[in-house]
Ligand binder design. Structure first.
Ligand SMILES: *[C@@H]1O[C@H](CO)[C@@H](O)[C@H](O)[C@H]1NC(C)=O
Ligand SMILES: *[C@@H]1O[C@H](CO)[C@@H](O)[C@H](O)[C@H]1NC(C)=O
Ligand SMILES: *[C@@H]1O[C@H](CO)[C@@H](O)[C@H](O)[C@H]1NC(C)=O
Length: 456
């Protein structure tokens, strides 16, 4: 099983822009003066609702917490909570003028280790740009750059509409979209990025531009798939769709020895030209001691948008593989599906303040020999109580909509439109012991054991 490329997906970045400039050789006091002078210039330019937060202010600690910390913990000198796009423009202008690095933050995932390279500078917090408006005609919505997925899902649901976002509710709409954006709706409507109509972007010099197929088309192309470093997206216009019907979900728990059987069922479904566009398959290998105290178990979630009768033939092969338990959810609406499929705000994937080591690979089919070898590494690592609640995701969202979209219209690598499977081991642990981090990685050279799992 050879991974080809990575895609910002289940574990997407917040919208992020970092300019390290030449900060390394500065002294601390020169930096502090610099920040002080920059803040003095910036303050009068900010809108009434913008907030400048320094380390002594209440609220500082809360705004440091990421989906994973302390492993990813940029060293901000000050946080600018922008309340308007003009606040973002002015902050970036001042940052450029004073040669201060900055990082834009909306959701709190963003696991990329290079974010730690920010040793001083601005956090530009976009959470106040959290609006979702259904546009006239109801074919598109305008969504603020700091909006989280659950906010957009909730606001559009009130109109029986939905947008193609990523999956974890705690993540921004912009973050996964700029890198691709796997989704429950991708088999029908493509990746999240395929649904972008236009974006308002603040460039590195603080100039705000619009990017669409007509205006700045090169920037528009770049944003769709390679978007995290071309600018700060303050607002986006996305296509929206009528919600068609509710979902039926079966959550199967298999013992680990069923891995091969289940993955072969998935391979067969992928070869079926009539695979429905409303079928989503999500697998999680994880330890469930009361199912199997020795080995990880295999949770497999099959979701079908439609009636129980329509869904039944797609549940049947998994039922025939003899799960230990099956939980059946019927009539699940598009708000509740995120809880049922374990990507809601209170799910493990949205837990904050833990350490995480993850890696992902898109794969053309499930090679059951390689998957078994990867799961064996995972089993060994998670036999250690420190890492026992880690997960190994084996996902498959369906590809018709993704393949139908015009690949040349986005900078996303073409393989991502071909490869239906996503393998994504994530090791979680608590605390700040360096030893625990070293042991999670397994070794210092040639990547980590997580890399071994995805390169199997
Ligand atoms: C959402 O935006 C509003 C309006 O700017 C702001 O008052 C609110 O604090 C924002 N929500 C969060 C969670 O930041
Ligand atoms: C900012 O950069 C853009 C893109 O390079 C350029 O078109 C624009 O003129 C610049 N703005 C200023 C004020 O220099
Ligand atoms: C499956 O993976 C194994 C182990 O990595 C490898 O030896 C084999 O060639 C792969 N098979 C196919 C069909 O790719």
């Amino acid at each position: 099983m050879r991974p080809f490329t990575l895609l910002s997906t289940w574990l997407p970045l917040g919208s992020v822009l970092a300019f390290p400039f030449n900060s390394i050789d500065r002294t601390i006091s020169a930096r502090n003066n610099n920040i002080h002078d920059a803040i003095s210039e910036l303050q009068p330019l900010l809108s009434q609702d913008a907030v400048l937060i320094q380390s002594s202010d209440p609220g500082w600690d809360e705004l440091q917490i990421r989906g994973t910390s302390p492993r990813i913990s940029p060293d901000y000198s000050v946080i600018v909570e922008a309340a308007t796009a003009a606040d973002v423009e002015n902050t970036v202008k001042i940052a450029a003028q004073f040669n201060i690095p900055f990082l834009a933050v909306s959701g709190t995932h963003g696991w990329t280790k290079t974010l730690n390279e920010l040793k001083y500078g601005f956090q530009i917090n976009l959470r106040k740009l959290n609006s979702t408006f259904l546009d006239e005609g109801a074919y598109t919505a305008t969504i603020g750059g700091g909006t989280l997925q659950h906010e957009t899902t909730r606001d559009l649901f009130a109109y029986n509409k939905q947008a193609v976002t990523g999956l974890c509710e705690c993540v921004s709409v912009a973050g996964p979209l700029l890198g691709g954006g796997h989704s429950l709706l991708q088999a029908r409507h493509g990746f999240a990025l395929d649904n972008l109509i236009s974006a308002d972007v603040v460039l590195a010099n603080g100039t705000a531009v619009t990017a669409s197929s007509d205006t700045n088309p090169d920037l528009f192309w770049a944003l769709k798939g390679a978007g995290h470093n071309f600018g700060i997206v303050t607002s986006m216009q996305l296509k929206v769709y009528d919600i068609q019907s509710n979902w039926n979900v079966n959550v199967f728990i298999f013992t680990n020895d069923k891995l091969e059987t289940v993955l072969k069922i998935v391979n067969e479904l992928d070869c079926d030209p009539n695979r429905p566009t409303n079928l989503v398959l999500e697998g999680v290998v994880t330890r469930i001691p009361n199912v199997d105290p020795e080995n990880p178990s295999f949770l497999y979630i099959v979701s079908y948008e439609g009636t129980p009768e329509e869904a039944a033939p797609y549940f049947a092969p998994f039922e025939a593989a003899s799960p230990v338990t099956t939980q059946k959810f019927t009539d699940v609406d598009y708000l509740s599906i995120y809880s049922v499929t374990k990507s809601s705000l209170d799910s493990a994937s949205c837990t904050r303040g833990r350490n995480a080591l993850g890696s992902g690979a898109s794969l053309p089919y499930w090679n059951v020999t390689a998957a078994r070898a990867a799961i064996d590494i995972f089993a060994e690592l998670t036999a250690d109580a420190r890492y026992a609640d880690s997960v190994f995701l084996l996902e498959n969202y369906g590809m018709q909509g993704v393949r139908k979209a015009d690949a040349s219209a986005s900078s996303l690598s073409a393989e991502e439109r071909e490869y239906p499977n996503l393998a994504n081991p994530t090791i979680w642990w608590d605390g700040e012991e360096e030893k625990d981090t070293e042991d999670a990685m397994g070794r210092e050279e040639d990547g980590t054991r997580v890399d071994d799992m995805v390169t199997e």
